[in-house]
Design a protein around this ligand. Structure first.
Ligand code: PMP
Length: 438
């Protein structure tokens, strides 16, 4: 069969079923058939280096995961209502990573959006308050509450205009291009949170919580400067509010130096939301919090979600944590991430389009700008580079409000050779762009 006609047919099938809701990447997207480690292989047998798949943290088609889940599927998979060993295995394994003995309770859910929704519900019932402080430009999910605290205009152009009245926003603590700049700007951003808490309390609406990613994923792995979270958390707590850390993208060892972004930032949240890596693309997420916060929810009713923590998903969750430990994937993220960062530094010295590199470990964001003073975003160039890199066999996508950051968040199995392949392809692409545009 003619491969291009086959691809066209597959694209039409997807469009017919999903209409405009289907998100489309690439002018000519490959049809991916299988994966292995950090590689994806298309229907024509071509391999691509997958730099965007933070969901498959332990890599594609991991044999240990395939075997464990398949075994469980042959035994039992049903709703999460009864007593299953897999449920306890997953929740106990996850609690081994709890950043503090006080965070001793886990509730499994099915996705990141659900984890955020539940986190918001928990802080509201535990404090008896409604108001939540969120960070501009963040993405926290699509369900009603998660969407309410998501103000990424890229995700939803009317996001700022359509917030419910219980959501209050502060600036994104972006020390590269935000209103306060440089590594010492953390306390300036934290003061904004403290001032908002004061204003809300004066109006009789002290906040239930402050929600923030410890490293800003949607912005491209922007690390909030020191003094931000460790300044904002005490300010919120001084008013009786709680701190929610959205670790859906950046938790699970991806940052290399710590299992959690919040630990790397030197803070302990009251509620942690996880998903993505938790199930390596099985629909699995969780909320980790203190017992009394969950007990507050029980006073209001009960929590039940049919498939959340059901046997096959729970086996996936426990196996992912075992593989991260046994294969030293957090250490790999630190080591390959440092190698990648050093390579990107070398590229920045010869390609002026490279404005800065955000993030650490295997969450890095390469921000492309036309001018180092004005920081004019190189949005068109970023899209062109992504298309071009696909031709080089590298899958990488733009992110941030300005779509000028190449996000690099591959499976944690990425090797030094694979990182080098990406660096060579990016170097070639940037050189080609420079030669074409002068
Ligand atoms: N929080 C963050 C930081 C995310 O990046 C996402 C997904 N991109 C979510 C929450 C929502 O997760 P899910 O897509 O699993 O609902």
């Amino acid at each position: 069969p003619d491969p291009s006609r086959q691809l066209l047919r597959e694209r039409r099938r997807r469009d017919r079923a999903m209409g405009g809701a289907a998100e489309r990447y690439y002018a000519d997207p490959p049809q991916i058939e299988r994966g292995w480690g950090a590689l994806l292989i298309d229907s024509q047998g071509r391999a691509y280096l997958d730099l965007v798949n933070n969901v498959t943290a332990i890599g594609h088609s991991h044999p240990r995961l395939a075997e464990a889940v398949s075994r469980q599927l042959h035994l039992l998979n049903t709703n999460s209502r009864f007593l299953y060993r897999a449920y306890a295995d997953f929740t106990e394994r996850l609690l081994e990573h709890s950043p503090d003995p006080a965070l001793d309770t886990v509730i499994p859910v099915n996705s990141g959006s659900e984890a955020i929704d539940l986190a918001i519900k928990l802080v509201q019932v535990a404090t008896g308050r409604r108001d939540v402080i969120a960070v501009r430009e963040a993405y926290h999910g699509w369900t009603m509450a998660a969407d309410s605290v998501s103000t990424s205009a890229f995700d939803n152009p009317s996001a700022l205009a359509s917030r419910p009245d219980w959501v209050h926003l502060v600036d994104a603590p972006n020390s590269y291009r935000g209103p306060h700049r440089g590594p010492a700007s953390g306390p300036d951003y934290a003061r904004q949170v403290a001032a908002l808490c004061d204003r809300l309390a004066d109006a009789g609406r002290a906040p239930a919580a402050f929600i923030c990613e410890p490293v800003l994923g949607n912005a491209g792995g922007v690390i909030p400067p020191r003094g931000y979270l460790d300044g904002a958390y005490p300010a919120v707590r001084a008013h009786g509010g709680l701190a929610i850390a959205d670790e859906v993208q950046v938790g699970y060892g991806r940052l290399g130096s710590a299992f959690w972004g919040s630990t790397m930032q030197g803070v302990v949240p009251d509620v942690i939301a996880v998903a993505k890596a938790a199930g390596n693309a099985f629909p699995l997420g969780a909320v980790i919090t203190r017992r009394e916060i969950v007990d507050a929810l029980r006073r209001e009713g009960m929590f039940f979600s049919s498939a959340a923590g059901a046997p096959a998903g729970a086996v996936a969750g426990a196996t992912v944590l075992d593989v991260i430990r046994d294969e030293g994937l957090q250490q790999n993220a630190a080591c390959v991430g440092a190698h990648l960062a050093a390579g990107l530094d070398r590229l920045a010295a010869i390609h002026p389009l490279l404005g800065t590199v955000h993030g650490c470990g295997l969450y890095q964001g390469i921000e492309l700008v036309r001018d180092h003073e004005t920081l004019e975003p190189a949005t068109t160039e970023t899209a062109w580079i992504c298309e071009r890199l696909l031709g080089h066999g590298v899958i990488v996508q733009p992110t941030s409000e300005r779509q000028n950051v190449l996000k690099v968040k591959p499976p944690l199995t990425l090797t030094i050779d694979e990182a080098d392949m990406f660096l060579a392809a990016l170097d070639a692409t940037l050189s080609e762009l420079r030669d074409a545009t002068g």
